[in-house]
Design a protein around this ligand. Sequence first.
Ligand SMILES: O=C([O-])CC(=O)C(=O)O
Ligand SMILES: [Mg+2]
Length: 540
Amino acid sequence: MDKPSFILRTPATNKGTGFDCEERKKYGLRGLLPPKVENLEEQAERALTQFKSFASNLERYIFLNCLRDRNETLFYFLLGNNLELMMPIVYTPTVGEACQKFGNEFRFAQGMYFATQDKGQMREMMNNWPNQDVDIIVVSDGSRILGLGDLGTNGMGIPVGKLQLYVAGAGFNPSRTLPVIIDSGTNTKKYLEDKFYLGERHPRIPDAEYYPLVDEFLQAAFDKWPNVLVQFEDFSNDHCFKLLDDYRHKYLCFNDDIQGTGAVILSGCINAFRAVQIPLKDQRLVFLGAGSAGIGVADCIMSLFAEAGIPEEEARKCFWFVDSKGLITTTRGDTLTPQKKAYARSDYNHQLKSLIEVVRDVKPTAIIGLSGIGGSFSEEVVREMAKHVQKPIVFALSNPTTNAECTAEQAYSWTDGRCIFASGSPFAPVEYNGHTFVPGQGNNMYIFPGLGLGSVLCKAKHVTDEMIITAAKTLASFVEDSEVVTGKIYPGLNRIREISTKIAINVIEKAYEEGMATLPRPESIEALVKAYQYNPSYNN
Ligand SMILES: O=C([O-])CC(=O)C(=O)O
Ligand SMILES: [Mg+2]
């Protein structure tokens, strides 16, 4: 390709009408652009008008991703200046729909794909990635995309979207990010039969082939980029815990659904417990869903009990887990995974078969939904719970919005406006009885950008529990006492840069404290972070 078209056609170098007269001469662009030279602000104003002109969110998603593929600087400038408007498009909930329709709406490839057919060749394939350095990889096998199930290769939208938040939220350099899909097949018949489906067309491979495939990918990635951080995303429950166990002490990696969600909900709980003023030991926490997120959240909350000096055995008695078969107990007769076993109740002789039975029995202070089942916090459940506590904590965390256990409006109206509510996907403010309630978004997007940045910049050996808990506490500290009493438990999304920066700084401090950081300690950690951070501009 000749030089002028290359610079115009490469998203990282293209400025479109932003090339000034000098540059147009220098790069041989004269005549290839309309005469007017524009700055980023002017271009962004036009792009925003275009964004708003579309009839559906999916079209807005496609528009933004096409923009990213034309002019990366403009895309990140636009996104960074319109986060609250655009987050629900590039991320949950719209990204969920974009994944479901990935094959139909495909326009150009982003990131890298490693499939079963690539066995033995992944390391060599990585040399095809056009950018030399990679700081962060988000990898999924598409087996449990949000609460939508097994989407196979269609899941690529998730690593792409997460990395856009790494850039907008924490200031990762976009050219040093890599979204990856490991294609190990799909068990979703609809996609196997869909002529536009773009993945390998076979059922998921057995574990004996699956684990070596993932292992080859990780070995290749850390061989090529020894200081990279790998974020596991949306792996199904049958694999995610083992993968994390196998690799968290071997590579710099974490699982966002277990640890990122764990941290963000720990943060929400810290503030919700401040608001309801019930001592920790008297909390009765009922979880609906015992998958990666449910277990991850509970494990993180356990750290609060440990800090408060409450013995583990006593702390576990504050948790009740409900899955599709009812309350998880040691006596209900099925084989429990080790993760479920840790929270299984041994003090129930009678079987409670549903959430409502558990709520009647337990009288919870909090119900935490990570079930992936939309509407599973029924009016009966929420009203029953609200009878027994002054400020019920209702977290409807499943994504996307259609999978939320209840809506914000339902939660506020069924509790007469008394609840502390958070959801995983955004809900608009709710008017109820003359009050405006602003629902919190308990989504791991508050955690992973800063946790990732901190881990990468100090060249951490591993991501430790302490680093994750530090991230959660830092997030919690962004909400003032005066806000907490009004039921606000998360800071505004528009502060995500400031929050991620602070999380990164505190995570790095913790990594040095724990002997996890391998970078010689810099004079100023804040300066280290700020010097790295990418800000979209044509003057770079
Ligand atoms: O992507 C999100 O919005 C949060 C998340 O990790 C999930 O739901 O799997
Ligand atoms: Mg996820």
